[in-house]
Design a protein around this ligand. Structure first.
Ligand SMILES: [Zn+2]
Length: 63
């Protein structure tokens, strides 16, 4: 079973679900999340960063 990571665009905020095997990730000291270096946002071309595994993202509080 292929695992996917949830990656958010730093520019437009869209989440992408990308196979772990397709990702190249780079940790940066200036940013809380690892950056995706080989794939950019399909909507705007912005930088993606990894939030976590699909289904394991933090709970978003609403209301
Ligand atoms: Zn984007």
């Amino acid at each position: 079973m292929a695992e996917r990571m949830e990656c958010m665009c730093a520019e437009c905020g869209i989440s992408h679900y990308i196979l772990i095997s397709d990702l190249t990730i780079e940790n940066t000291p200036d940013f809380d999340y690892p950056l995706v270096v080989n794939i950019t946002c399909s909507q705007c071309g912005g930088t993606l960063f990894v939030i976590g595994k699909e289904g394991e993202q933090p709970n978003y509080l609403t209301g």
